[in-house]
Design a protein around this ligand. Sequence first.
Ligand code: NAD
Length: 482
Amino acid sequence: MVNNNLRMYINGEWVLSHNKDVISVYNPADKEQIATIPRGDYEDIDVAVKAAKRAFKSQEWQETNPHERGYILHSMAQKIRENKDEFAELETTDVGKPLSQGYADVEAAARYFEFYAGVADKIMGETIPVDHGVLDFTVREPIGVTAHIIPWNYPLQISARSAAAAIATGNTVVIKCAEDTPLTALKLAECFDESSLPSGVFNVVTGYGYEAGAALASHPDINHVTFTGSVQTGKAVMKAAAENVVPVTLELGGKSPNIVFSDCNMDEALQGVVKSNIQNAGQTCSAGSRLIVEESIKDTFIEKLKTKFENISIGPGLKDFDLGPILSEKQFSGIQSSIRQAEEDGCLIWGGKQVQINGHENGYYMQPTLITNCDPKSKIAQEEIFGPVLTVFSFKTEAEAVELANGTEYGLVTGIWTSNIGKANRVWNKVDSGQVFINNYGAGGGIQMPFGGYKKSGFGREKGLEALKNYTQVKNVAVKFE
Ligand code: NAD
């Protein structure tokens, strides 16, 4: 299925890295090597950024009308859907996620292209009343060469959401995909290659973060950086961009709570809590990784959760089990050591054990995990674990629920489960969170909904019309006509 020795896509050409070094890519389901990718570094980034800069300034791109950019993006949505089986299998083979989630990512990617295709010719300015005899108006202009640094957990969706918005607004794009999961960003490049997008407008460089990623974030010809990944790397990217006085959009991690009140619809809340925790094996920035449940229903809710977790099937993504493998040994041992630490701190652990899957002995599979009896200030309660691990707390009053929900450094998503609309309204108002879901949990979903964090979950918003602000700058023009 996978063409083994892949190349990166720079200036409309498929190329190796200048030094011909490669990085191996593995299938998390069984640790089989599935591809090699070029180990791009500063020199390759420099070629890509210069190509994107030339493409940005080219007459061809400057004279491409907004609605023509829309046509190209529409054709991308179509190509993605025509190739949906290949895209979904690539994403699942690369990331490990269940195939149905791979398909959902493919449809989301197609919809990002469609959404921003429709927006391309609707990016408008304002007329501003000023002095008599003067016409004052604004236009929103593209920013130039945009850098997109992509994490390994949702490579297709995240590449699509930011590249589509950047191209719709007339920018050019250099993507640095994650070294662990590069396959679908390269497949997107293949689709662009077949489209009428001018060469150099969309480029994908593969390589390690500390080499290609760092080179991209600090390149002096980059005009905007969109970074999605961990807080630690986000800080490094921000520092690098600061040297060039370049704006950044940071989409970072989370420790998102589901607040469950005793008057909720329990079946729906249970389903929402489970899905938000195990989606992509918990390797989701917006995973519902904390449960904050009202004391009076805590025991019942936990018993029901255990039954749900016991019924979760575990196995390779291509066979569409509920819970696929963890990405790598490094991620798996990080999750396990957080669980061991929690145990040492006196928390009670349920589940969380490694699972052996016949024929896939080299993959890292584990049981869903419930952690109770924890100090809300402990490591397990505060840090993003990035695995199928749910830490449970209880509350007696609304104020306590809000305090627990807001009690981490993060603020990405909050779920609120209650049948009392007044209570829901009071609570959404008080939570520090970029998105709030009431009686549902979209796991960051929604093409049209602005998505991004409060606090250390980042700043700037992706998705929806809000994302257009990342990729445009405002020019004010005053015309004296009398
Ligand atoms: P990461 O920070 O390790 O890597 C992200 C990307 O940055 C990769 O492409 C990596 O190669 C690159 N990188 C690494 N070091 C770099 C450097 N010094 N300079 C420039 N680039 C560098 O994150 P990850 O492990 O790939 O992804 C998981 C994290 O991403 C989690 O914290 C998760 O919550 C977050 N995430 C956030 C969102 C969101 O939209 N808010 C979505 C998905 C993932």
